[in-house]
Design a protein around this ligand. Structure first.
Ligand SMILES: O=C(O)CCC(=O)C(=O)O
Length: 253
């Protein structure tokens, strides 16, 4: 799949663009069922890193099943065949290639879960400031496994906010957020998305998700890609980032 000239211009201007129907309903259902096997069906999570909702972890909130308290699962693309297909799907890569060029590596993939009534907010933040990759020009496809609605915690973004560069962030309880005087909440645009669609967004775009106040799950996987010409600036040894397509370059990620 390719963005039209208008969609590409919108991405560059606003820092995001929503694309519906990247995958059909059957393929999305398979992803949803596979995920449910990990959270509720006893499918081994092996090397996957699983994070629990902080309030559940601290015992402040009780859930009926442990799977109802899961907030994040990292590395499904590396670990699971269905998710590997998603992370390398031509409909997603067609768009990513337009934005990042032909040589692409995967920086991270994180399944972000908001269980009904339990899923908490993710405060307004930019991704790049705490990612050890330069330049700060990564692109994420936030792929909706369930319909993402204004009630269950769809994305909220500040259009054009990526153009302001790196903004100061501060620590708050369980989170790290853009300093309040650096953006205007009234400028936030909510971006509901049907399951199977993706929100492609720039790694400097300020974004936020509300708590899930509904009875429906909100699960989405953030697939974050970078140009293979990017530089790793972390203190630890550079991880072996997954090559998605094209070449690798000496001294680069
Ligand atoms: O899905 C969410 O709730 C948060 C998404 C997010 O912050 C991200 O993908 O960087």
């Amino acid at each position: 799949m390719k963005l039209s000239d208008e969609q590409l211009a919108a991405y560059e201007r606003d820092g995001y663009v929503a694309v519906e129907e990247l995958l059909d309903e059957q393929a999305v259902m398979a992803l949803r069922e596979r995920l449910r096997e990990y959270t509720h069906g006893g499918r081994p999570t092996g090397e996957l890193s699983v994070q629990i909702e902080p309030r559940v972890e601290r015992g402040e909130l009780q859930v009926e099943h442990p799977g109802d308290g899961v907030r994040k699962i990292d590395c499904l693309v590396q670990y699971d065949d269905l998710y590997r297909k998603l992370g390398t799907h031509p409909n997603i890569l067609g768009v990513i290639e337009q934005i990042l060029g032909p040589d692409i590596k995967l920086f991270r993939n994180a399944m972000l879960l908001k269980p009904p009534d339990v899923g908490s907010a993710k405060g307004m933040h930019q991704d790049s400031p705490y990612w050890p990759i330069r330049p700060m020009e990564l692109c994420s496809c936030w792929f909706a496994i369930d319909d993402a609605t204004t009630e269950n915690g769809c994305m909220g973004v500040i259009p054009g906010g990526h153009g302001k560069g790196e903004l100061p962030h501060v620590h708050v309880t369980d989170d790290f957020v853009v300093q309040e005087d650096c953006y205007d909440t009234d400028e936030m645009v909510l971006a509901p998305l049907r399951a199977g669609g993706g929100l492609f967004f720039h790694s400097l775009l300020p974004h936020y998700t509300a708590p899930n106040r509904s009875q429906n799950w909100r699960r989405a996987i953030a697939l974050s890609y970078m140009s293979a010409k990017s530089t790793y600036t972390g203190d630890n040894e550079k991880p072996d980032y997954l090559t998605i397509q094209g070449q690798s370059f000496p001294g680069c990620v």
